[in-house]
Design a protein around this ligand. Structure first.
Ligand SMILES: Cc1cc2nc3c(=O)[nH]c(=O)nc-3n(C[C@H](O)[C@H](O)[C@H](O)COP(=O)(O)O)c2cc1C
Length: 318
């Protein structure tokens, strides 16, 4: 545990990624109660829904937890106001630059940790005064950049002097140990927590994650400029065909194609719809075979990471 992770009041240097429509107050509280950092995903939800989830988490835990702000959301300004009033411990941000909110977060004693897909954005974030960055590789579920975790983490670690949390493709203690070896201060896992007992996504979605093999994800939205990693299903295959067809036409109208994605994660989470719903999940899905509690996930992951780090002593290899 680094001083930074200790300053967050954590037992394990493990964040549960703030996942839109997935990571509610109950999941975040379960992770925080078990010694990790639970993070509520606000996605494109209105501020009132985010306020309700924060209240739910507060009722279930007295441990620190976070909220993820999707900066592209039309509700981002109101969501930030809710977070400032609630004085949650940590804010993570996705899809942009949180610079305009940082002074207010700092004044409220809230730590700001943006998700970054590249060295360039990590540097910009350090300059605007964030506390740490989450460097996320394209193995991850949901919206992604183009770098892999193995290549991104050491380059970000070398480029900035703030703590770096690794995300993307980490599903057990071996992944945590590897991330720490690359210079990360801790990790963020999303896909692993889709299979947590306290994660109330629709049972069809959860079953699909548990059944998925290593090669069962694909990336939609690459032509449109918003790549996202999802499980292969009817929706994702149809989306790929639609965007390729649009790209092949001279007069490209991606708006109609993008319309297919609107609300698709929410449909998957709430109704299990795999015809028009997006089962967002990362490449590590193939490793995840059992539904267990958040406490078990954290304990097993930490114990395995410790064992790996001990085995990794030089005398075992050289
Ligand atoms: C279903 C799902 C929804 C997600 N939604 C968000 C989001 O709203 N904001 C965000 O910053 N990251 C989001 N992510 C990314 C996660 O927070 C996390 O960084 C990522 O899942 C880590 O990679 P992994 O899936 O390989 O563990 C999402 C991921 C998944 C699987």
């Amino acid at each position: 545990m680094s001083p930074f992770m200790q300053s967050l009041g954590l037992k394990y240097p493990i964040f549960q990624g703030g996942m839109a429509w997935v990571a509610n107050g109950e999941l975040a509280a379960a992770v925080s109660n078990a010694g990790g950092l639970g993070i509520i995903g606000s996605g494109h939800a209105p501020a009132a829904i985010v306020a309700k989830e924060i209240a739910s988490a507060k009722a279930l835990t007295d441990k620190p937890f976070g909220v993820n702000v999707m900066l592209l959301s039309p509700h981002a300004d109101e969501v930030v106001q809710v977070i400032l009033q609630a004085k949650v411990a940590v804010v993570t941000t996705g899809a942009g630059n949180p610079a305009k909110y940082i002074a207010d977060f700092k004044a409220a004693g809230i730590k700001v940790i943006p998700v970054v897909p590249s060295v360039g954005l990590a540097r910009i974030m350090e300059r605007v005064g964030v506390d740490a960055v989450i460097a996320e590789g394209m193995e991850s579920g949901g919206h992604i950049g183009s770098m892999t975790t193995l290549t991104l983490i050491p380059q970000v670690v070398d480029a900035v002097s703030i703590p770096v949390i690794a995300a993307g493709g980490i599903g057990d203690g071996r992944g945590v140990a590897a991330a720490l070896m690359l210079g990360a201060t801790g990790v963020q896992m999303g896909t692993r927590f889709l299979a947590a007992k306290e994660c109330h996504i629709h049972e069809k979605y959860k079953a699909a994650v548990l059944k998925a093999k290593d090669i069962d994800t694909l990336v939609t939205g690459a032509y449109i400029g918003h790549p996202a990693r999802v499980l292969k299903n009817k929706m994702s295959r149809q989306f790929l065909v639609a965007e390729k067809n649009a790209a092949l036409q001279n007069d490209v109208d991606f708006a109609a194609v993008e319309q297919l994605a609107n609300g698709s994660l929410r449909r998957a989470v709430e109704t299990g719809d795999d015809v028009t719903g997006s089962y967002m999940a990362g490449q590590i899905s193939g490793l995840i075979k059992t539904e267990t509690s958040c406490a078990t996930i954290l304990q097993e992951t930490a114990a395995q990471a410790q064992a790996c780090l001990q085995q990794g002593r030089m005398e075992n290899y050289f």
